[in-house]
Design a protein around this ligand. Structure first.
Ligand SMILES: [Zn+2]
Length: 224
């Protein structure tokens, strides 16, 4: 109840939201400003004082004419990791692709390229999270040759290289693999995409991996 009340508290207003997607046109935020906006939103969320998300009639009408999301995000499909909530953002601000394990297949990559090249998003975040079931499945697959019903194995398979990469590293095995996977997905997207490479080269795009903590609600940006 307290969280729901905070979400719609009239005192919490997103200062950068209006600049982020004015009237449905491309954002004017730089990559670093976009990252700062996400940090601010997450700090508010984690403190249970989120910005009032712009989701009302006026915002819907404005964004119906076009969109200019200031960040593209690849996040896990996990029900506890909704980017608009954890970054305290409203309609038209984030372009989000969600797959189990935040893996990026060709369709996910193409979706992100659209956000960057067509909509002008200056920031790409690949966000893993604590206790990710998809990464845990990849650990099982890598270490015990586990198999899974249906197409679940197709989700876990691309994460296996991250599990191998952290083998022998100190600390929590699953936690290390989750972070490594987010970084490998981010690097892999750039490596596979001349569109993203071009935007990075022109300083129009920053790409960063991140880790979301389920209990504390905090997003840790990795290497940024
Ligand atoms: Zn997950």
């Amino acid at each position: 109840m307290a969280a729901a009340a905070g979400l719609f508290a009239a005192t919490a207003v997103a200062p950068m939201a209006a600049r982020a997607a004015p009237e449905g046109f491309k954002t004017r935020l730089t990559p670093d400003e976009a990252l700062r906006a996400l940090r601010e939103g997450n700090e508010r969320f984690a403190a249970d004082t989120p910005f009032r998300p712009e989701i009302g009639t006026a915002r819907r009408a404005a964004t119906a004419r076009g969109q200019g999301p200031f960040a593209a995000i690849v996040a896990c499909a996990d029900s506890r990791v909704a980017p608009e909530l954890v970054f305290s953002r409203g309609i038209g601000e984030l372009f989000v692709v969600r797959t189990a394990g935040n893996v990026a297949d060709a369709v996910a990559l193409g979706s992100i390229e659209y956000s960057v090249a067509v909509l002008g998003s200056p920031l790409l975040v690949v966000m893993g999270h604590g206790s990710c079931g998809a990464v845990a499945a990849a650990v099982e697959m890598a270490e015990k040759n586990a198999t899974f019903p249906g197409s679940i194995g197709e989700v876990a398979r691309p994460i296996v290289p991250a599990v191998h990469a952290v083998r022998g590293r100190s600390g929590d095995k699953l936690g290390n693999a989750i972070r490594e996977n987010a970084m490998m997905v981010a690097q892999g997207m750039i490596a596979r995409s001349p569109v993203l490479q071009d935007a990075v080269a022109k300083n129009k795009l920053r790409v960063i991996a991140a880790h979301y903590g389920l209990a504390d609600g905090r997003v840790e940006f990795l290497g940024g």
